[in-house]
Design a protein. Sequence first.
Length: 269
Amino acid sequence: LLQVLCIKPDDSGIFFTSACTRSDGCLMVVNGGSNKIVVFDCGGQLIQANFGNRIMNKRFKEPSLITETPNKRIVVFDRATNQLKKLSFEEDFIATFDIGLPSYSLTTNNYGHLVMAHQKGKQGRLVTIRDSDNGFVIHSVEIKPEPTTVPETPFYAAYRPLTCQIVTLCQSTCQLAIRNIYGEKDMAMGKHGFVVGHMDSPSSLCIDSKGQVIVADTKNDRILRYKCDKSGSCEVLISDIRRPLCVRLDKFDQLIVITAHSILIFFMI
């Protein structure tokens, strides 16, 4: 990996939670400290401090997740209302989709659909694949709770296009699971611990072009990459990174790593 950018705003109110790189190269980041969405240019300069919340027209109460769809639309999950809200790059409001469930992850798959992971409490978890134009559910997968799963703990999901599988990550069990379209496990990796391949409070995942899974191993202060083949091998991609909270791969083959107070961008060599 080659680090190409580091953004560390001098602001005590910063608490970054999610990010995406737009197709024009700008970086959009959710600041959970102020419940605002900030926009940086490709050089890391702040160009918008409150995207989408024009005066007298506040569109987000508590934005927590963000992604871009193929038709150059920004989709934001508002955890205060459990709604998805879609806007253009110019901040023009387009649509609102009611989800009705808490959501911990929001990504876009290679078909342009939205992939979301939802918490259903003691009833388990739900992964939905949604049409990005109208929010309708195209496919949903029920994930039954494991005996060791702590209810109401974060749960993350992504789509693995090479094999048409769903990848899930449970923070309480520290387990990464590769699942078929019915939610059944094809493979499981990881558990609580420090050695390579184990995790401590993982908080995000993304899929690279080879189908490998990149995980923010938060309390172990590192980024892991799982090969997800029969060997189940894992490597430390980045070490000594203080409390990574979010990982994203963008269309420019860059890895975005979000910590509470900084944004790091690496080029995948």
